[in-house]
Design a protein. Structure first.
Ligand code: MG
Ligand code: MG
Length: 314
């Protein structure tokens, strides 16, 4: 039995947490995208009339988004989730690669360099696994792990890790991306399955033990996090573990600037799983693009159903 399934009774239902995770991902992406690539100082200046803090979903940013519009973090997750559902709940590399390729052909609003390069390589070679590369330690594979976490909720840890790697290696075949993504996937699952705060912290600390560059309890806030997977997860862990609500955690992480849509999306998925759907501020859910919101909600239910079919969950 995975350790995540050994837990205390939970006042929130699995549905609350699964819906919270998927809508949290989209809300975090939409909120963060407004300030992507800004520094904390630039954000303070731009939002001086709001007390120097960015806290509303208003679109714009360097991508000139409509209010509530989401970016690649959400749409790649949805593409992956659809591929998983089409494979009966299994995370398969070729299906993931084909789904990402179709997503890229549909001209998404943004796309990471590593994702683009390795999807072009897939188109040419037909091989759904990128060659190992020490430079491919961006956050592009971990930002889309939520559907993997949901589809493998009832599975053993080794199976969860292998599933993460099958989807991740389509574009990012890198040990730091793997370690961070497997840790994050486990933390999201622990949160959904009712694990404790200590369970989540233990996972994050185990990641630091194996890969000390991930150390986040340094007393130095990770400001302006880049797309490097280590910077991303340090910012997410600092914001998540130092706050006590979905809203405060998400506002903390996106106001650090940098790759704010991606730190927002990852934090949103984790905090949404932890606090549940009911704790996402209604004004953010209302502002979210309606099509994206309904796709996230529907896919969350379908992936949970797939997991339930695989094993009895509470
Ligand atoms: Mg994005
Ligand atoms: Mg980003």
């Amino acid at each position: 039995m995975p350790s995540a399934l050994r837990r205390k009774p939970d006042p929130l239902t699995l549905t609350d947490r699964v819906q919270g995770a998927y809508l949290g991902l989209a809300v975090g992406d939409a909120l963060g995208a407004t300030v992507e690539f800004l520094t904390p100082r630039e954000i303070q200046h731009q939002f001086a009339r709001q007390g120097g803090v960015h806290r509303e979903i208003i679109g714009a940013g360097w991508l000139h988004l409509k209010p509530g519009q989401v970016t690649d973090d959400t749409t790649m997750s949805l593409a992956l989730g659809e591929a998983i559902l089409a494979c009966g709940g299994r995370v398969e590399a070729l299906a993931a690669a084909q789904a990402f390729d179709a997503w890229m052909r549909a001209k998404p609003v943004d796309i990471g360099n590593t994702v683009r390069r390795n999807l072009v390589r897939f188109r040419r070679s037909g091989l759904p696994e990128a060659p190992p590369c020490e430079h491919d330690a961006g956050n592009g594979a971990i930002m889309r792990t939520l559907p993997v976490a949901l589809a493998t909720l009832a599975q053993e840890e080794a199976e969860v890790a292998a599933a993460f790697q099958r989807q991740a290696h389509v574009t990012h075949n890198n040990p730091l991306s793997d370690a961070g993504g497997i840790c994050l996937t486990g933390m999201i699952q622990d949160a959904i399955l009712g694990g404790s705060w200590i369970d989540l912290k233990t996972r994050a600390r185990a990641l630091v033990t194996a890969h000390p560059q991930y150390a986040w309890e340094t007393g130095r806030p990770q400001a302006n996090p880049s797309g490097y997977v280590v910077d991303t997860l340090q910012a997410v862990f600092q914001a998540f573990f130092s706050t006590d609500s979905f809203e405060s955690a998400l506002i903390d992480v996106v106001n650090r600037g940098g790759d704010a849509d991606t730190t927002g999306a990852i934090l949103g998925a984790l905090a949404g799983a932890w606090y549940g759907h009911a704790h996402i501020p209604p004004r953010w859910l209302k502002a979210l693009d309606k099509t994206a919101a309904s796709r996230c909600s529907e896919q969350a239910s379908q992936l949970l159903q797939t997991s339930r079919a695989g094993r009895a969950l509470a």
